[in-house]
Design a binder for this molecule. Structure first.
Ligand SMILES: [Zn+2]
Length: 280
């Protein structure tokens, strides 16, 4: 079926106390693995492309690949720009046939973030795309101690910008953790009680499963997985090359077990996010 946008999958997931997984895809193997996992689990999924790939043109071919494979399934698949940094990224996503974008103004002062995000919302909505914003910066290193937003700030940001989904910092960070993270599940609950649009959990990799589930039940209906997925790809490829030694193996055959392995990981994450929770 044709690609869907976030409004066709996230509100329902939130109402059911579930989340839809969003995996970062970069090439044929990653896209194939995600779609295979979605088919295995019979769940919707989001293929998202990091903003860097929009600066090199790679996002264009990845988009064509996702669209082509999604059209051959009966699954709800969304194609989303991850951490868009500028209106130029949003414009490129529209031109490449994405159904959704994220505008990340989280490094800007709060008021400027609202201003810039609102411009991106207009651009995206006028073109028929859904849009995710970010309030309170979700860090890339554990040394980044940007204060978490209050529930009131998250609500105010949602109302001022009219985003369709909102990433709110609740203590996770991007990448692998060096120390045990402090996930503020109470803050997540408070935000979920005040804000009715689907919320987004970034830094879902390497976060303990029970914490992820507690945050999901609070209304975080999109679970982003990038680092763990990418790392598994590299470990699987390394194992394949090691196992084959000096023997020549055509690349497509070399990659088949890699796809299987990352698809298994994607399935595990989809099952984790899909467990229906008691909705309150
Ligand atoms: Zn992120």
């Amino acid at each position: 079926m044709p690609l869907v946008d976030l409004n066709q999958i996230l509100p329902q997931a939130r109402a059911e106390g579930r989340a839809v997984c969003a995996f970062n895809v970069v090439n044929c193997e990653t896209v194939t693995a995600v779609l295979q996992a979605a088919a295995r689990e019979q769940r919707p999924v989001i293929c998202q492309v990091f903003h860097r790939l929009f600066d090199t043109g790679k996002a264009h071919y990845v988009a064509a690949l996702v669209r082509h494979l999604a059209e051959q399934t009966n699954l709800k698949i969304a194609l989303h720009l991850d951490h868009g940094q500028s209106l130029d990224h949003v414009e490129k996503a529209i031109a490449y046939g994405f159904t959704s974008v994220m505008f990340d103004g989280s490094t800007l002062p709060y008021d400027e973030n609202i201003k810039q995000t609102s411009l991106a919302v207009k651009l995206a909505h006028d073109a028929g795309l859904t849009i995710e914003g970010e309030v309170g910066h979700i860090p890339y290193t554990e040394n980044d101690k940007t204060p978490l937003p209050s529930a009131k700030e998250v609500l105010h940001f949602a109302q001022q910008t009219s985003v369709d989904a909102l990433a709110a910092a609740v203590g996770t960070s991007h990448g692998f953790y060096k120390t045990i993270p402090v996930i503020r599940t109470e803050l997540a609950k408070e935000i979920g009680e005040m804000v009715s649009i689907p919320l987004v959990l970034h830094g879902g990799s390497d976060t303990p499963d029970d914490k992820v589930q507690q945050v999901i039940v609070s209304g975080f209906a999109k679970l982003n997985i990038a680092t763990e997925f990418m790392a598994e790809y590299q470990y699987a490829l390394r194992d394949q090359i090691k196992a084959n030694g000096e023997r020549f193996v055509p690349v497509d055959l070399l990659m088949d077990p890699v796809v299987d392995r990352i698809s298994e990981l994607a399935s595990r994450k989809i099952r984790l996010a899909s467990m229906s929770q008691a909705v309150h």
